[in-house]
Each structure stands twice: as structure tokens, then as C-alpha cells.
Design a protein around this ligand. Structure first.
Ligand code: GLN
Length: 496
């Protein structure tokens, strides 16, 4: 076994005990990246030199007997939508090619202060719009479990990197499922925090009222460790909430006998893969065995989530993306006649087709005469969806659902049909509309050896409870945990 295959908490303990050094870990991390990333294409930028230098600094601290910060020596990969000072941040878009932020996002500063080592930036759907990472201007990322399949999206680079042991943990962002769905499709653990729990300062905005940053990790413990570091109030983000951050790891140690679990009937609709349904039924039995009380519940407005999301998210995106005009950031068209043709050409050449589709949809929904019919109405339905959750959470502590209706799908399977692609997030989108937290973790594998994910949803600011439920399940799940074998796709091998 090489050191990159450890979990973050295992690595931290071994460094503390002086059994291994942070430098040795980094060497194994980068040799794995060298070995597999030409197949997976999870990374857009790799910070090798800087990372090795930081590892040496950690080792010096160990040698001098200094107290180590909580994530000392932990390799972290960052979705390329989070600003990193001095390192290119493209959001997977040609329009931001060459953009080097002059400042760090708050989460980056917090990770660095905690001793984490930022090893690189990961691929993503352009501006986080997508569910497969096929919308990146820099080419797709491939799922380590089957290189002919997508890793999910939009944080597909982050989840594939963790699954392929190219990093210990990664940060993703989730506007409608982009942490949980790729975590599910890659067999990892991913948490979307409550809106306001983690600072969005330095996160390039897609849909500001829905976006949250969160961790993708190999297990629940690592997820809890990273959450503790990145959470908490930040003066730079007026929507970040001033609430104490609990010790997530400690609460994981408690059982779940006290938990009342709701299973929303609207989530078991036509289109759900029978293997996903089967894995979920088995998982629910384990929760029952652990003493949780499980009952069916109803979230009656679920069917309106998708249209509501695609009105609100596109409206906010059309406004947020107006700033990419060739003047302030990144790309500018080479040939143009006057100012307005410069804007037009820059945006036509710089944005990909999914981003353009959404800017057009959003601009339409916000235009005068249509605002009340679409945007305002969507906001009202959003309130109804949130109230559905408020009602069930009066009686239940958590909800359990699948994360994605199917395991990983093939590349090109859904690109030509945006509506089918949008359905990939049917179970994750309502959670962002309500602003509540949810975690996805592996609960089994399909017959063709693809991971299947389970989603645990909680009340506002109940990350402690969903992490505890997830940890108890992880410890008692009788499906043996597997690692992907990362075999080149058959047809590609044949071509060689
Ligand atoms: N797939 C959804 C979308 O394309 C969600 C993306 C996200 O969470 N960033 O909007």
C-alpha cells in the first residue's frame, strides 16, 4: 500500500507519531497523479513545488516537537471555482483562462492555517453548470471506476481525484447537487453544508442564493475534520452565519437510537434504477438495526423543484455572469470593431453552449413583463418547498433518500439532451432550494461494480446530526468498501 491510499485522519496520526513524514506522503500523492491523471484528468493545475515545500515545513515542526494544526500534512485539491492567490482560477471556462486571483477565498486561508497542503485545482463543468463534468472548456474528467463513464458534476474533478487516491480530500461546490452527485457516482463522501455555514468569500458566483462550498472525502471522519476547519462566521461574507461550530468528530461517536428517520415517498419515482432502490432498501434496514425509527413521509411540492431551480439558478447566473465582458477578467476577443462588438465577440467565443443557454433562459425569466410570471412565481414555490421540509422536520430528525437516480452514466449519453441531464439532480436540488444540509455516502455497488450513494438530509445547521447518522451507517454497513481499479477503457486499449 502506498501512502496516498490512506485517509486524511490515518495520515495525520502517522505523522504525529513520527511513523511517516508529510514529505513522503506528498511524494506518493504526486507519483499517483503522474501515474493516473493522464487517464482521469481530474486536475487543471498541480502545485507540486509549493506542496513539497509546505510538507517539509510540517516535518520541521514535527521534528521540533511543535504542536501541529488539525490538518497538518493533509493533501487537499480545490475545485477551480474557488479563488487561490497566485494560482490560475478558470471555473472550467475559456473566458477566465489566464485569470490569476490576487486573493484567497476564506476557505483556502482556513485550510492553510490548519496545516493543509493545497496540491492543485480540479476540473469542473463550466461555471458549475452541469452534472457530468463534460461541460468543461478543458475536456471531460473520467470516472476512476469505469473510464468510459462520467464522474458526475459539476465537482467531477474533485470527486474523481479523491476516488483515485490522487488526494486525501477535496473541496467542491454545490448549487443543486454538485458535491453530492459526483461523490455518489465516485463512491465518496460529500457534504453540502447549510446555506450560511461556510463562507462563500472567494467562491466565483453561479447562483448566489444556492451556492455552498463543502468537502469531498474518502470517509465520514475526514469529511467531519474538514468541515470543522472551513465552517464558521466570516466578516467578508454577509450571508455567513455567526453560530458556534460544533465538534463534528465528537458527536459522530454517539449512537443513533434517538433518531427519527423520514423517507419521502416522492423520491421513489419512476426512473429510479432498481439497483439504486435495492441498495437503499438494504441501507434502511441497517439504520433500523441501529435503533433509528423509520417512517414514510411526504414532501408534496417535490415535483416543482426542478423547474423552480432552473428559473432561480439561471436568473441569478445571468446576472452574476454579466461581469465577464472582456474588460475586467481573463479572455478578450482578438478582433472587434467597437466596444459592443468586443463584448459580443468575447462572450460568444468565451462561453460554452450550456452557459449561453442558461444566460439566455435567466435573462428571459428576469425580463420586464415576464418577471412576475417566472422569477417571482419560482420564489414563491421555493418557499412552499422549504415549508415541506420545515413540516417534516417538526417530527423527524433526518430524511434518507438516494443521492442520484442512477449510478454513473456513460460519456456523451446525456449531453445532447439537457432535460435528461437535469434529471440527474432531482434528489439533490430541493435541498439547495430549502438551504438545508445534506451528505452523500456510499451504500453499495451495482452489478457492474459502480458505486451507489445514499443521501442524509437534516434541518438547518444540523451538520452534526447528519454526520453522526452517516458515521454510524459507515461503521455498520455490511457491504465491503472497494477501491476503483482504474483500468484504461477497452476500446482505447485496443486502439493503442
Ligand atoms: N447540475 C446542476 C446544474 O447544472 C447543479 C450544479 C451545481 O450544483 N453546481 O445546475
Amino acid at each position: 500500500m502506498t501512502l496516498n491510499q490512506l485517509t486524511a485522519h490515518e495520515a495525520i496520526n502517522l505523522i504525529k507519531k513520527k511513523r511517516i513524514t508529510a514529505y513522503e506522503i506528498m511524494q506518493d500523492i504526486f507519483s499517483q497523479i503522474d501515474k493516473v491523471d493522464n487517464l482521469i484528468k481530474a486536475f487543471l493545475v498541480i502545485n507540486r513545488e509549493e506542496a513539497l515545500k509546505q510538507a517539509k515545513e510540517i516535518d520541521k515542526k514535527v521534528k521540533n516537537g511543535e504542536k501541529l494544526p488539525p490538518l497538518a500534512g493533509v493533501a487537499v485539491a480545490i475545485k477551480d471555482i474557488i479563488a487561490t492567490r497566485g494560482t490560475e482560477t478558470t471555473c472550467g471556462s475559456k473566458i477566465l483562462k489566464g485569470f490569476i486571483p490576487p486573493y484567497n477565498a476564506t476557505v483556502i486561508n482556513r485550510l492553510r492555517e490548519a496545516g493543509a497542503i493545497i496540491i492543485g485545482k480540479t476540473n469542473m463543468d463550466e461555471f458549475a453548470m452541469g452534472s457530468s463534468t463534460e461541460n468543461s472548456a478543458f475536456g471531460p474528467t473520467y470516472n476512476p471506476w469505469d473510464l468510459e463513464r462520467v464522474p458526475g458534476g459539476s465537482s467531477g474533478g474533485s470527486s474523481a481525484a479523491v476516488a483515485a487516491d490522487e488526494t486525501f480530500v477535496a473541496l467542491g461546490t454545490d448549487t443543486g447537487g454538485s458535491i453530492r452527485q459526483p461523490a455518489s457516482l465516485c463512491g465518496m463522501v460529500g457534504l453540502k453544508p447549510t446555506y450560511g455555514r461556510v463562507s462563500r468569500y472567494g467562491l466565483v458566483a453561479y447562483a448566489s442564493s444556492l451556492d455552498q462550498i463543502g468537502p469531498i472525502a474518502k470517509d465520514v471522519t475526514d469529511c467531519a475534520l474538514v468541515m470543522k476547519v472551513i465552517s464558521g462566521h466570516d466578516n467578508m461574507d454577509s450571508t455567513s452565519v455567526n453560530l458556534e461550530v460544533p465538534d463534528y468528530l465528537k458527536s459522530c461517536q454517539e449512537g443513533i437510537k434517538d433518531l427519527k428517520v423520514g423517507v419521502p415517498k416522492e423520491y421513489f419515482i419512476e426512473g429510479i434504477d432498481p439497483e439504486v432502490k435495492g441498495a437503499l432498501d438494504k441501507a434502511l434496514k441497517i439504520f433500523e438495526k441501529l435503533g433509528a425509527k423509520i417512517e414514510e413521509v411526504s414532501l408534496p411540492h417535490t415535483e416543482y423543484s426542478l423547474p423552480t431551480y432552473y428559473l432561480i439558478a439561471t436568473a441569478e447566473a445571468s446576472s452574476n455572469l454579466a461581469r465577464y465582458d472582456g474588460v475586467q477578467y481573463g479572455y478578450r476577443a482578438e478582433e472587434y470593431e467597437d466596444l459592443s462588438s468586443m463584448y459580443q465577440k468575447t462572450r460568444s467565443e468565451g462561453f460554452g453552449s450550456e452557459v449561453k443557454r442558461r444566460i439566455m433562459l435567466g435573462t428571459y425569466a428576469l425580463s420586464s413583463g415576464y418577471y412576475d410570471a417566472y422569477y417571482l412565481k419560482a420564489q414563491k414555490v421555493r418557499t412552499l418547498i422549504k415549508e415541506d421540509f420545515d413540516k417534516v422536520f417538526n417530527k423527524y430528525d433526518i430524511l434518507i433518500t438516494p443521492t442520484s437516480p442512477t449510478p454513473a452514466f456513460k460519456l456523451n449519453e446525456k449531453v445532447s439532451d439537457p432535460l435528461t441531464m437535469y434529471l440527474s439532480d432531482i434528489y439533490t436540488i430541493p435541498i439547495n432550494l430549502a438551504g438545508i444540509p445534506a451528505i452523500s455516502l456510499n451504500c453499495g455497488y451495482s452489478k457492474s461494480n459502480l458505486p451507489i450513494g445514499l443521501q442524509i438530509i437534516g434541518k438547518h445547521f444540523s451538520e452534526e446530526t447528519i454526520l453522526r447518522a452517516a458515521f454510524n451507517f459507515e461503521q455498520n454497513n455490511d457491504v465491503e468498501k472497494k477501491k476503483p481499479s482504474i483500468k484504461p477503457a477497452k476500446h482505447k486499449e485496443a486502439k493503442k
